[in-house]
Design a protein around this ligand. Sequence first.
Ligand SMILES: Cc1ncc(COP(=O)(O)O)c(C=O)c1O
Length: 440
Amino acid sequence: MTDHPLRNTPSLDAFWMPFTANRQFKAAPRLLVSAQGMHYTADDGRTVLDGTAGLWCVNAGHGRRQIASAVERQLSTLDFAPTFQMGHPIAFEFAERLAEVAPGGLDRVFFTNSGSESVDTALKIALAYQRAIGQGTRTRLIGRERGYHGVGFGGISVGGIVSNRRVFPQLAGADHLRHTHDPARNAFVKGQPEHGADLADDLERLVALHGAETIAACIVEPLSGSTGVLVPPKGYLERLREICTKHGILLIFDEVITGFGRLGAPFATDFFGVTPDLVTAAKGLTNGTVPMGVVFASRQVHDALMQGPDGIELFHGYTYSGHPVACAAGLATLDIYREEGLLTRAADLSEDWASAIHDLLGRRNVIDIRSLGLVAGIELEARPDAPGKRAYDVFVDCFQRGLLIRVTGDIIALSPPLIVEREQIGEMVEVLGAAIDRVA
Ligand SMILES: Cc1ncc(COP(=O)(O)O)c(C=O)c1O
């Protein structure tokens, strides 16, 4: 065992860990202490290949000097300044640079600190917009089953994961489309499945049920990540766009995981060629280095709120909206993405990625494999008596053998940094395949 800074650290008791089985973890902790490029180092000195870009966020890989230097410079120049009735140049500069790569030309930019805040911000902007254009009866928000939109009360109301919802009350008036997962017709598909565009017609059903004049917005992840990598069926997003337009409903794409190159285009909006009215993002925005999120809004939405008497147009914002240090990290991140072509690199790799991942077909208990861009979902058959346990065991096995994967229920999700090399893809599939075989 090597000497390590985490030896002799305080006990693990005080940190109440998020989305973690705290007692189980603290009985057998997994600690990461440093990272560089495609790898973490664990506290026992082992190297761990990062199959998940941290948590879908470290798109340019770990330990980027350029970002560290920009952050350091910014901290010693202007550590903090308010953006309420005050401003600082770097926030405007970052917004301007983001506008240049904005999904679908949605070039008005509202800063937040996380994906959850971006979602709640987008929902509030949608409500404010409808009211501003004289459609104040539109207060309903439509999400989708199996959607994940973070953990704010807005996000869980439109979200569709039961464990995140059952304990907490939700916004009145939220309703849900059915999810698009249809393994009976779409199993083991590379790319977009053929069947299921008609599921978008659920929105017509909700219009018929509630009345269009009560619905402000519909939010979906163009590709659902956290709920186990659900790729949209061909034609589905296009259909949803048509129905929203027809009924005056704003369409919001939650691109917290698909933003910044994950599918092979800068945003899923560009990849699918379907333009919503609002897009939420976070994660890859600063390469995971400094917490930050963003909402991209169309001019139409933005300009509708810039009317009326002088004064604050939107009573919403965060102390740290446009934080100078996060902006510095974000600008350096955008530079790296551009210099290294990372926002489109997944397009070059996606075919090799898909064929490597789909090689897992036929392994023990694998009941579906799905992939798009540099994302893959591998679904295992749940143990009858213990749902989620089989994938969790695979996760632990992989970690012990030097690979970080992510599991949700019995689905394994892979989303490596966009700098991944082909041989590392091979290594991931090899370690994962062996783990799946070992875990009964
Ligand atoms: C689609 C989507 N929306 C929102 C969020 C929430 O982001 P955060 O954890 O930064 O609040 C996530 C996080 O995984 C996400 O995948």
